[in-house]
Structures are given as C-alpha cells and as structure tokens.
Design a protein around this ligand. Structure first.
Ligand SMILES: CC(C)(COP(=O)(O)OP(=O)(O)OC[C@H]1O[C@@H](n2cnc3c(N)ncnc32)[C@H](O)[C@@H]1OP(=O)(O)O)[C@@H](O)C(=O)NCCC(=O)NCCS
Length: 176
C-alpha cells in the first residue's frame, strides 16, 4: 500500500534525491537531463512511497512570469513520474491530486509542460490557449512550439483567453 508524502525540497537528503532521480530516469529514460532534475528543485515534492521504496514523484516550484503584462509567481509542475514497474496503478493520479491541491492553496495560476495532455485533462487541467514567450537578454522571445504542450490550472480563469500572453524567465535546459 503506497503512501503519498509531501516534503519541502530543502529538507530532502542526498539518498532521497538519488532515489528520486532513479525514478525519473527510469520513467523518462535518456530524455531526462540534469537540467530537468534542477527544474524540479526548490519547491515542494510529493513522493509516492511503498515501504522504503520511492515509486513516484511530482514537484511544484514557483516561477516568475508575466501574465498579460502583470508579474506573477506561477506554480509550475515538474518531474511527474511513476516508476515503469508501478505505472497504471493510480499513483500518478494520486500524486497529481495532492500536488494540485497544494498548487491551488499557493498559487493563483499553475502551469506545466507535457506531451501527455490526456493524463492531465483527466485531472482537470486545460490546454493553454494563448501565446508563450521567454525573456532572453531582456527581450521577449516567442516560444510557439511550446504552446501545444502547456497546460493550466485552474481550468476557469479570466486571464486565460486565446489572446493571453505568458512570458517565463529564461532557465538552462527547457525553458518551459
Ligand atoms: C504519466 C504517468 C505519470 C502516469 O502515472 P500512472 O501512475 O501510470 O497513472 P495512473 O495509473 O494514475 O493513471 C491515471 C489515469 O490516467 C491515464 N493515463 C495514465 N498515463 C497516461 C498517459 N500517458 N496518457 C493518457 N492517459 C494516461 C490512465 O489510463 C488513468 O485513466 P483512468 O483514471 O481513466 O483509468 C506515468 O505513466 C509516467 O511516469 N510516465 C512517464 C513520464 C511522463 O510521461 N510523465 C508525465 C509527463 S510530464
């Protein structure tokens, strides 16, 4: 029987970080980079734990963005993964329900980037309608290829229209 535990990232020791990385590597394969791992750091993490074994992970971090010209700290979900041996047993759903509730408490807007939109749609996320950008060298650079993978919570939000513009701060690796 799995347990779902919420931790501040800062409280995790090296052995737990290594176990989380193993789950992420197993779930994402070679696609998962050190930059991806860094993106999941600095906020909270929900761990699915069975006995002494971490079998799933999801992280929520705060990111500085401009939403329709207004500076906002947006909740951003990273590193959602269930070990391949344990997928299809409801752990991903449980992790995201807990993380989604925390996101709702902390942030007016929460976003993520994924290729697995249907998984998140079942959890109430909606596909991003607007145009995404990144700030690079103080310039707004359009990230049109990213629009399709972006998703938003809560589903109903007045700022979220086809004309909306969201600009994230640059970071190493995938900016979104
Ligand atoms: C995506 C992932 C986290 C789902 O975790 P999981 O524990 O297997 O999912 P669950 O068993 O909780 O499934 C919940 C629901 O989502 C569905 N689902 C699961 N993975 C799905 C996917 N990739 N696409 C669409 N639907 C999916 C399930 O069929 C289930 O639907 P149901 O409630 O109607 O039965 C897991 O498959 C994984 O780690 N994948 C590799 C990494 C990844 O792609 N992460 C997310 C992208 S950012």
């Amino acid at each position: 029987m799995a347990q779902y535990l919420i931790h501040d990232d800062a409280s995790l020791d090296a052995s737990i970080r290594a176990a989380i990385r193993q789950v992420l590597n197993a779930a994402f394969g070679a696609d998962f980079s050190d930059a991806d791992a860094d993106h999941a750091a600095g906020g909270i993490r929900v761990l699915a734990v069975d006995g002494d074994t971490i079998i799933g992970h999801a992280a929520l971090v705060g990111r500085q963005m401009q939403v329709n010209g207004v500076p906002v700290t947006v909740g951003y979900v990273e590193g959602v993964a269930v070990h391949p041996d344990r997928q299809g047993q409801g752990h991903g759903n449980a992790l995201m329900q807990i993380l989604g509730a925390r996101a709702h408490e902390r942030y007016a807007i929460t976003m993520l980037s994924t290729g697995e939109q249907e998984f998140y749609e079942k959890l109430g996320w909606v596909r991003f309608l607007g145009k995404s950008y990144v700030t690079e060298h103080e310039q707004m650079v359009r990230t049109a290829d990213e629009d399709e993978g972006l998703m938003v919570l809560p589903a109903e939000a007045s700022w979220h229209t086809r004309d909306c513009v969201v600009v994230c701060d640059w970071r190493a690796g995938d900016v979104w």
